[in-house]
Design a protein around this ligand. Structure first.
Ligand code: NAD
Length: 360
């Protein structure tokens, strides 16, 4: 069996929480190299996932010189473009974490490098693989919602500001909740609508709760000095075909309707909304009555199995590996992720200038 040699750049939260455990289950995968600027993290991953036999470095440029098939880019947002482009130029397939890049210009550079190299490039939008998202995508593609002309991308937390790593650092991340979790929700909205042509965006960005103390934050108290990104951001996007996409994003907001990586879609034939906990509701009018349907993604009563054979992270890894092995297609295309990044940039720019931001 051909082994796929994989290198991981950035051995922090998302590498350990998603990619490493998912890839470990795939027998075609061999962990061949680990890189982190904090060497202990790369060493730890090497021990846990490669019995200490993989190459370890603090410099990604050394990693991409190795004989590898694919590189996973799991570093802060500011380095996604640089490392992905370098890995593609070195002839590696690339799985890059979300958001694709800090801005659209960077995203375009990544696509150019992909084109030049002839290798694959995909982005870590694992929410697309969830049961509710897969079901909803089929409903949309079958036309069961009709023309989807209004959507909301939901990325709202009450108090769950990520306090590890560099999430609060504007320079390293390019923004707060909008670029961090708004990106997942907007990706889902555009994917369901199959609409990647924005006309203009308006945005508001808030730094209202950054200085709060005793925050009841899910990830522990934050340091106000370091909290340079926004705590909430909201966008209103008009697409070229006249459809509207609202983007709600917050890490800290006084509200009870919390949901993340979720969408609401309103079509001419039916509507759909993902509630908290990946619960999907379809709505409309049937037999002259209003209805709400909630598909059941459980196992139908099997006590030892909850019906989710694969986590979304596992499905993402399997899809990427299959594509690299020539046994399937990518599910998340960089061209789609680039438009998500472009719209987020438009919302931020509009908030800065106080004017609508026109694309093109
Ligand atoms: N798909 C998801 O749902 C999801 C969830 C969390 C994070 N992420 C994304 O993953 C990325 C990393 O987030 P995280 O939570 O793992 O952060 P983290 O801080 O836990 O891990 C990042 C790691 O990268 C290392 N690093 C930084 N710069 C580096 C460089 N130039 N070369 C090598 N290593 C470097 C850091 O030392 C750290 O260990 C971010 O872009 C984030 O948006 C995605």
């Amino acid at each position: 069996m051909k082994k796929l040699k994989v290198g991981i750049v950035g051995c922090g939260g998302i590498a350990n929480g998603k990619h490493l455990p998912a890839l470990k289950q795939i027998e075609e995968v061999e962990f061949a190299a680990f890189c982190d600027i904090i060497k202990d993290r790369a060493d730890k991953a090497n021990k846990e996932y490669a019995d200490g036999k993989a190459f370890v470095t603090e410099d990604y440029r050394e990693l991409i010189k190795r004989e590898l098939d694919a590189v996973f880019v799991c570093t802060p947002n500011c380095s996604h473009c640089e490392i992905s482009v370098a890995a593609l130029n070195a002839g590696k397939h690339v799985m890059c974490e979300k958001p694709m890049a800090m801005n659209y210009a960077e995203a375009q550079k990544m696509i150019e490098a992909r084109d030049k190299s002839g290798k694959l490039l995909t982005i870590g939008y694992q929410n697309r693989y969830r049961s509710d998202a897969v079901y909803l995508k089929k409903e949309c593609d079958k036309g069961n919602l009709g023309e989807i002309y209004v959507a909301t991308a939901h990325a709202i937390r009450r108090r769950a500001v990520p306090t590890w790593g560099v999430f609060l650092d504007e320079e390293k991340q390019g923004g707060g909740p909008l670029i961090d979790i708004g990106t997942h929700a907007l990706d889902l909205a555009l994917f369901m609508m199959n609409n990647y042509e924005p006309l203009y965006a308006c945005g508001s960005v808030y730094h209202k709760l950054n200085n709060d103390k005793e925050t009841a934050n899910a990830f522990g108290e934050w340091d106000p000095e370091k909290f340079t990104v926004e705590d909430s951001a909201f966008g209103f996007v008009v697409m070229k075909n006249g459809a509207t996409v609202k983007v709600d994003s917050s890490w800290a907001l006084n509200i009870t309707d919390v949901r993340e990586a979720a969408v609401t879609l309103c079509g001419t034939k039916a509507g759909a909304t993902i509630k908290r906990g990946e619960k999907l509701e379809l709505n409309g009018v049937k037999n002259n009555a209003q209805y709400i349907e909630t598909p059941d993604f459980s196992a139908g009563g099997v006590a030892f199995f909850d019906g989710k054979a694969q986590s979304s992270g596992d499905a993402e890894a399997r899809t990427f590996v299959n594509a690299v092995l020539g046994k399937g297609k990518l599910y998340v295309l960089p061209e789609q992720a680039a438009v998500v990044t472009r719209i987020l940039e438009g919302i931020y720019t509009s908030a800065k200038t106080g004017k609508p931001y026109y694309f093109d």
